[in-house]
Design a protein around this ligand. Structure first.
Ligand code: ADP
Ligand code: MG
Length: 336
């Protein structure tokens, strides 16, 4: 593959961001952000581990790669600005396939007004895509997992488990008719997730919000908040928002997918009770469902853990998250 012609095909004809001084074409890109904090994240997809060519069209691979990174920006409360893409391309991948991947990123980049400002392209034996995203956030407004406090309300956006359920339908090669909107919705959630960037930005007037994005299942994300804030999190099973599509799965699968299914790219967070009405209002304004699912408590014996109230009983929610399919592992690990 001719790297030079590939870069010509994937680069933007013009840039959108005022902060950009120099984009693709030199040894490095140059931008300037003043009076804000810079936020940066990277995510890497390995073919056969994080995605398969069987369940995603090439443009969907690009779309998802950028979406997961935008979701990290959302979880930090940041405004995304720029992205860079590093590729390792095996010889059997056509350049048209790669250009299609980039076209999927461009759809989302357009929607969020962000620019592709660089990357790297090399050949290798495995197909690997790595995306670095750069954003900014006003000082004191970055949202950390360590900001949950005793008495906070725990909330989540959207519904949980849908992306995992959609992946299940795709992996099983279940036929889903175009009229089957409930199941199509699950598949769409896997193939075209909507990162909650606008929602997170709207939360800025609120003094303190702990946020995490749901990329490995809510059990894992809640544990991350509980551990880094040194608090206990208690949730109610009946409060967990699930779609009608998810309800078509067995009780065991529903449980597995909503707590341990990865990649919904919703946000889970905690705020002071007094601020929760504002969070709800922001959800209404942006047509994002916001659901109260539990409370933050403080108990030295139980901090760092997550408990679930279900049918009059309280049990500990295990910490395991979704482990991507790979040649070695095909399921879950319990790292308790
Ligand atoms: P260098 O040899 O200085 O690393 P390259 O030949 O790797 O430069 O890249 C030339 C230009 O193309 C650089 O601006 C680089 O950021 C950009 N570029 C290379 N690969 C990609 C890619 N996969 N996506 C976006 N930009 C890329
Ligand atoms: Mg290079």
């Amino acid at each position: 593959m001719d790297e030079f012609s590939l870069i010509n095909q994937i680069q933007q004809s013009s840039y959108k961001r005022d902060e950009l001084v120099r984009g693709i074409g030199d040894d490095a890109a140059v931008f300037r952000i003043t009076q804000k904090n810079t936020v940066v994240a990277v995510d890497t997809f390995v073919e056969g581990v994080h995605f398969t060519k069987e369940t995603l069209e090439p443009w969907q691979i690009g779309y998802r790669l950028l979406a997961v990174n935008l979701s990290d920006m959302a979880a930090m409360g940041a405004t995304p600005l720029f992205y860079l893409v590093s590729l390792i391309i095996p010889s059997d991948i056509a350049s048209t396939y790669v250009v299609e991947i980039f076209s999927g990123m461009k759809v989302l980049a357009q929607e969020y007004g962000i620019d592709l400002i660089g990357g790297d392209t090399v050949s290798g034996s495995e197909f690997v895509l790595s995306l670095t995203i750069i954003g900014s956030v006003p000082e004191e407004k970055a949202r950390y997992r360590s900001d949950a406090r005793d008495g906070d309300i725990v909330f989540v956006t959207g519904t949980l488990g849908d992306a995992r359920a959609g992946l299940e339908l795709l992996l099983n090669k279940d036929y889903v008719s175009p009229e089957d909107l409930l199941r199509q919705n699950l598949i769409r959630k896997h193939q075209k997730p909507s990162p909650r960037v606008s929602f997170a930005k709207e939360l800025r007037p609120i003094e303190r919000v702990a946020l995490n994005d749901v990329s490995d299942g809510i059990a894992n994300e809640l544990h991350e908040i509980a551990a880094s804030s040194d608090v206990t999190i208690e949730i109610n099973d009946t409060s967990i928002p699930v779609s009608d599509g998810l309800r078509m799965f067995s009780a065991e699968e529903q449980y597995e997918f909503k707590y341990f299914g990865g990649e919904d790219f919703e946000l889970v967070g905690t705020v002071a009770e007094a601020d929760f009405p504002s969070v709800r209002k922001i959800g209404e304004k942006l047509a994002v469902t916001v659901t109260e699912i539990g409370r933050v408590t403080y108990d030295i014996e139980r901090n760092g853990k997550v408990f679930i109230h279900q049918g009059g009983k309280t049990t500990r929610l295990p910490k395991h998250g979704y482990v991507h399919r790979s040649r070695e592992s095909n399921g879950k690990i319990n790292d308790d």
